[in-house]
Write a protein that binds this ligand. Structure first.
Ligand code: ATP
Length: 277
């Protein structure tokens, strides 16, 4: 009944070195790593353990990456589920999954729980059902509310789960139920912004380490000229450039390969245009 289970990585292997362009957030998150490494020290000093952290920001800007880096830096298990995995029409399934998730994280503490797209399960509750004739809709709404209530119960009882940090991510904070945002549930809300030109360059540099880039390539040109590109898209750019380089039979990625990759990602592959034409 409680399938699917959270994906657990012994440790994620991701570190803050893999995260670029969002220094302010990273600094704030270092404290959580310290807590996960030495929860007993925080206890001894009488410091209240952090409850939950909400990572908010547009898609592909590193929310999941940052959550993984916290677990990876601390070397603790990472329990990841998406908000949509709790949304079921069958009564009680979502709340059972929440209970199961928190239980397993507590057994293996210190640990990190991460729910991506939390808006899928924690949208503003309706109170009364708007359309009583639609039974399926009503059942789904009721089930989602039961699941959200269970999440709130788990977060309120978090003191018993010392050593567990709850992280959630959303790009629609405006949709979240206000009860979830009340103090004591998420004691930190961290906004992860799209990278600026400096951030884009740093992200490109991080991902350049994973591919074979010719020393002559100047990445700053792309950082300057690709406003609005997310970290995910920039990572994809270098992967695409590597594919282009292979296709062009180059030993390493050249500036022209990166340029071609930009074109492919913005206007689509030339080949498609030729096939159509
Ligand atoms: P979504 O809201 O769509 O879940 P997200 O904000 O959680 O997006 P991630 O899944 O963390 O985004 O990013 C996807 C991938 O893009 C990462 O695994 C990483 O390769 C790359 N990436 C994104 N942001 C950064 C960043 N700031 N630094 C380095 N790499 C990044």
């Amino acid at each position: 009944q409680s399938k699917p289970q959270a994906r657990v990585d012994g440790s994620t292997g991701v570190t803050f070195g893999d995260v670029a362009g969002i220094e302010i957030a990273v600094e704030e998150l270092q404290e959580l790593v310290k807590y996960l490494k030495t929860p007993e020290l925080f206890d001894k000093m009488g410091i209240k353990p952090p409850h939950g952290v909400l990572l908010e920001g547009p898609p592909g800007c590193g929310k999941t990456l940052v959550a993984k880096a916290i677990a990876g830096e601390a070397g603790v298990p990472f329990y990841q589920m998406a908000g949509s995995e709790f949304v079921e029409v069958l009564v009680g399934v979502g709340s059972a999954r929440i209970r199961d998730l928190f239980k397993r994280a507590k057994v293996n503490k210190p640990s990190v729980i991460f729910i991506d797209e939390i808006d899928a399960l924690a949208t503003r509750r309706q109170g009364i059902f708007s359309d009583k004739t639609d039974d399926l809709y009503n059942a789904a709404t009721q089930e989602r509310e039961t699941t959200l209530n269970q999440l709130l119960i788990e977060l309120d009882g978090f003191d018993t789960g010392k050593g567990v940090i709850f992280l959630a991510a959303t790009n629609r904070k405006d949709l979240l139920d206000p009860a979830l945002l009340r103090p004591g549930r998420f004691d930190r809300k961290i906004r992860i912004r799209p990278p600026n030109a400096k951030g884009r360059l740093e992200i490109l540099q991080v991902h350049a380490r994973k591919v074979k880039l010719s020393e002559s390539v100047d990445l700053s040109v792309y950082a300057q000229n690709l406003p609005g590109w997310s970290g995910a898209r920039l990572a994809q750019l270098l992967q695409e450039a590597a594919l282009v380089a292979v296709r062009n039979k180059h030993d390493s990625i050249l500036q022209s390969d990166v340029g071609e990759a930009v074109d492919r990602l913005t206007v689509g592959p030339k080949r498609v245009a030729l096939d159509l034409g």
